[in-house]
Design a protein around this ligand. Sequence first.
Ligand code: 4NP
Length: 157
Amino acid sequence: MKILMVCLGNICRSPLAEGIMRSKIEKYNLQADVDSAGFEPFHTGDAPDYRAIKVAKQHGIDISGIRSRLFRKPDFEKHDRIYVMDSGNYNDVKALSENKTQMQKVDYILNISYPGTNKPVPDPYYGGEDGFEKAFQMLDAATELIAMELKDKNMVI
Ligand code: 4NP
């Protein structure tokens, strides 16, 4: 199972989602892989925002090695599931898609926790550190449910 986490800058929400999901893959010995990408080229090649690194570290997760990269068309074929953070990301992914099969892999990550609601993980970039903690909690809950689903399907090593 190859999972891709997508946000706008790939320096706040999606690297947090990647790091948290990776920690759960290790914790539950899941046969899964996770990556992240974004759509805003300004931060390409950068490490995650220092506030995202700090919040993750407070929860025992190191995301400092992640580097921002852009979402590209081959990501549709490389991944089984593509989780976006908000409607802007959804529309950005949709604009690059070429068929319905590709879009069937795409969903809002909070639809895992709140099915069918298309709730966003609010972008914490322009706010304070509490926004990063809130994003962490939302992503932790959603990725725990993803991990439980994979575990139930016996996708363990
Ligand atoms: P992210 O937050 O999408 O959660 O990584 C952002 C970070 C940077 C920018 C936008 C969103 N930016 O435009 O620089």
